[in-house]
Design a protein around this ligand. Sequence first.
Ligand SMILES: [Zn+2]
Length: 320
Amino acid sequence: MKPQPLTALALACLAAFALSLSWPATAAAPALAAPAGPAAPAAAKPAVTLTYLGVAGWQLSDGQHTVLVDPYFSRVPLNSGPTPIVPDVPVIAAHTPPRADLILVGHSHFDHLLDIPEVARRTGAQVLGTASTAHLVRAAGIPDDHIIAVKGGEDFEFEGFSVRVIPSLHSALDAKHRFGGDTVIPADVKLPLPLSGYVEGGALAYLVRMGGHEILFLCSANFIEREMEGLRPDVAVIATGYRAEIHDYSCRLMRALGRPPLVLANHFDPFTKPLEPKPELPPETRADLARFGDEIHRCAPAAKVTVPETFAPIILPARR
Ligand SMILES: [Zn+2]
């Protein structure tokens, strides 16, 4: 495994700082109220809640089934050098739901993968991700029957929801000099790893169908346009960092996805600072997310664009 330059990852994280903001600070938790009218018939599906967990983490639930995407609470410092990094168990315990069915992992960088084994143990959830992700969670003691290794292109049915695994790309780190994409965490990995051992291992996006909704999770700010073409999510969770490196990022995405009505910014908060619901965000980050909203509206004028508040559930109305 080729040693990974820390500089690239440090740059990634600094950029994430630069891109973080709670724009619009005044934006209330974007509850989509169910339309007024007669009481829903008994056969109607329950409302779905979508909750931002910070960094690129999300919780999706219909009350009976719960899917987590990239839950990461430990927020380890970047300057750990060769020192192994470990999950912050009390912080994870404080924020992890008591149970979950499935954890989706976008790629194997530390800010997506470090906490996954601990979250999987606590919730009983299966873990779905690349071979790189599978190797690490197996080494951390997650049993094989709780690990689903995928390549991208799968479309899996689960009880109460389904997941389409979308081949994707990582954001263009280090001025397009891709970081870690050609390496994987090996099958014989020994834990704990230093931060630089959490190599990308390939990138995935996910379309989760639950309660009549289709929610797209883009965990890093890049995508393969032909893989997005024809998807019609009603909610698009879109990573924003480094998108300026990508040609026409927001518009190409909106066109490919059929202009989803609700767009939520993702992976924008200061992910090495301690977890808090309303992180203090630098002005340049606020400005960048304001630009993100403008970009989306240029190509999807009717879209509601929201920067989510951490731990504030977004209610998606029940759909029959
Ligand atoms: Zn990453």
